[in-house]
Design a protein around this ligand. Structure first.
Ligand code: PSU
Length: 323
């Protein structure tokens, strides 16, 4: 009996030892992973000649004014903040400059004037249910992946549709309405200028490839000036739509020289796009519609009323005044 008891005690002790060993191994693994994460984070934060670049850029997020301009635009903040010109038009563009090396990187979204057409198509559809597509709803929808936009509007307007039904119907409206948008005159001037100065530029739109083809069909020459086009709505590498940074990071990565985020400059019309650019660690010129509220413009490095009024020289890029 006593022996059996001892056996049980010994067995228990063995089991306990095994458990403790397992526990120790688990703890040790977690500690190693945590240490690796911290090391990776430090490497990332100090990767540009030891400067804490991303932390600096992150300070723009949620800033209450346009005064927290990151380099090189900070020159303006010493003169009383970034210039805020009055806005009227909208557009999604992305461009960038690399100071000191005179290698500039640019990413550019759509230069076509599609927003009034989106408004018309959406109002056509929601009007059938007695609803109004307001600017408040539109400003939160712009730039979203189409599925996210569909979920948002169905809820916001309490439409008697599933988001999938809305999405299907709105794609049909878009096919009719979005076929022939104009190019913004300011976009043409900006893109011609960047192209003339051999500044790489790309499109970064949340639209799907099919939708982009529809909208750009009549402007093939204009879009030939771009190095590449990223259509976030259908691109498998763009995992999360705006306001996540994915689309801009993918667009930057596809330039052969793989520019750092701080050397890319985004042109955006949508508040979600501005948020995406800022969280990618990029500077952003916002070209908002006049209906976009003041507090939805926060985070932009500079706000302009037309693309060709962008003070490119403040970003180390050739001035548009010399064009
Ligand atoms: O009034 C709206 N404008 C724009 C969009 C959406 O914005 C995206 C276009 O994004 P970008 O601005 O990145 O091209 C598309 O998915 C489009 O459906 C929307 O939902 N509603």
């Amino acid at each position: 009996m006593g022996k059996k008891k001892e056996d049980v005690v010994e067995k228990l002790t063995q089991e306990e030892t095994v458990q403790r060993k397992l526990k120790f191994q688990k703890w040790s693994l977690i500690t190693k992973v945590k240490t690796m994460c911290v090391v990776i984070l430090i490497i990332q934060l100090t990767s540009n000649n030891g400067e804490v670049v991303n932390a600096n850029m992150a300070s723009i997020v949620g800033s209450s004014a346009f005064n927290d301009c990151p380099l090189p635009y900070e020159k303006l903040s010493s003169k009383g903040g970034c210039t805020t010109l009055h806005s009227e038009k909208s557009l999604v563009l992305l461009t960038g400059g690399e100071e000191h090396t005179t290698i500039y990187q640019s990413l550019l979204g759509e230069g076509v004037n599609t927003e009034p057409l989106y408004t018309k198509a959406i109002q056509n559809l929601v009007g059938k249910y007695g609803k109004t597509f307001t600017w408040d709803i539109k400003s939160k929808m712009m730039g979203l992946h189409h599925s996210e936009g569909a979920k948002y509007i169905v809820k916001a307007l309490d439409l008697p549709l599933t988001w999938e039904e809305y999405d299907e119907s709105i794609q049909e409206e878009y096919n009719i309405v979005l076929a022939n948008p104009d190019i913004f005159p300011g976009a043409k001037k900006l893109v011609d200028h960047l192209s003339k100065h051999k500044i790489p530029i790309a499109v970064a739109t949340s639209s799907s490839m099919d939708s982009f083809k529809l909208k750009s069909a009549n402007h093939k020459e204009f879009f030939k000036l771009f190095d590449h086009i990223v259509c976030g709505g259908s691109d498998p590498e763009v995992k999360h739509g705006k306001p996540a940074p994915d689309i801009f990071l993918v667009a930057a990565e596809r330039f052969p020289s793989k520019p750092n985020a701080e050397n890319c400059l985004v042109f955006e019309d949508a508040p979600n796009g501005v948020k995406a650019a800022v969280s990618a660690g990029m500077q952003v010129v916002m070209v908002p519609d006049e209906n976009i509220a003041e507090d939805q413009r926060k985070g932009a490095t500079v706000v302009v009323s037309s693309l060709d009024l962008t003070p490119l020289e403040k970003f180390g890029l050739p001035s548009l005044k010399e064009t």
